[in-house]
Design a protein around this ligand. Sequence first.
Ligand code: UDX
Length: 433
Amino acid sequence: MQLAVIGTGYVGLVAGVGFADIGNDVVCVDVDETKIARLKRGEVPIYEPGLDALIETNVKAGRLTFSTDIATAIRAAEVVIIAVGTPPAADGSADLSAVFSVAETIGKNLNGFKVVVTKSTVPVGTADRIEERIRRHTTQPFGVASNPEFLKEGAAIEDFMKPDRVVIGSNNARALEVLRNLYTPLVRKSEDIHEMDARSAELTKYAANAMLATRISFMNDLAVLSEKLGADIERVRKAVGADPRIGPKFLYPGAGFGGSCFPKDISALIQIGQGVGHELEVVRAVESVNKRQKRLLFEKLRRHLDGALEGRTVAVWGLAFKPQTDDIREAPALVMIRELLEAGAKVRAHDPEAMDNVRAVLGDRITYCENMYEALEGADALALLTEWQEYRQPDFERVKRLLRTPTLLDGRNIWDPKALRALGFWYTGIGRP
Ligand code: UDX
């Protein structure tokens, strides 16, 4: 099939290269000329394991091209995939101006039946509004579909090429058929493709993310309780997750969830509810618990130091919102660092991938260390915010030698409290006695 993917962000790039890899002809379009020029040179603007190699293979095979010429791409395509950004507006709702502007351009360039698909996470009802925008400019036939993307950063290629399920929603039978054919090579069995109306598909994406975020906030809330009661949330987590009705995934308490999806989608879902007069009380609590959780390690450190943070130095390991990515959007580390700076402390930070992105935001307000141990030199405490593999088993003797005071704040519960206390550290995790 001939595909045009509009928007070369995370979702657009991964979908574009994924569809090319199974034999489709794909052109990835973006308004950002520098980005397209870089992609043409083989430079991939995001860090995602396996992505650059897959792009290279498919460009070489002639199945994948990059362009800024949206009109030509649309005219040549049978399926146009909208994967542009939907950043949060000031009130928390999703800003759809980029999506609608693409819809208008599609309308102006329609030259025969096409399927127009939204992959961007958009409020329920957006497919109808896209349809209306396209129809303003054309009498040609087309079908609009919602096809939410569930990929996780760091495992994006795998998630795309071997999806648990594919959701396609449309009120147009021909569009559903085209998309079913497009996805059939990627799924194990036909039941893995869930066909429905557009509104249900749009809601499915929010429902899935809100459910996962609810599990995390629930565990984070219980972790606080656990600590106060002298219980160990790690024991509780494992035993609770052993119930097959609950399952072990997404029950890890930590420094709060970040990323480009959960925080944004949760506040958008609250807005969607309010728009039709329904207050999503559970989702509201998920959001407020997460805000509190992101400040937890800072509060623990402040309490430990009796409030005396002025002039102290704190080492931070892990800046990305999770391992295997350089993405720092809504990262708990940024919340902690800002609190520390506000309180007059100095920060020495290390992250295997995300330091450039943090530098672009915080500039020289903190010290960036190329080596994880260098970050510890003269620091009064070490706070771990992202569970990168290399932080799991550091040389703790060396850590102790380098720190001015042996204080550890484990924001992901990856270290062994007993062993560390035996080594002479003051240790605190999340929800452990
Ligand atoms: C998420 C969804 O998983 C994905 O389906 C959707 O398409 C986009 O949003 P992503 O944001 O890439 O993906 O990362 P994910 O692995 O889901 O982690 C999100 C956040 O939750 C991270 O900050 C992570 O540290 C945190 N998390 C995750 C926990 O705190 N505890 C857990 O048990 C799991």
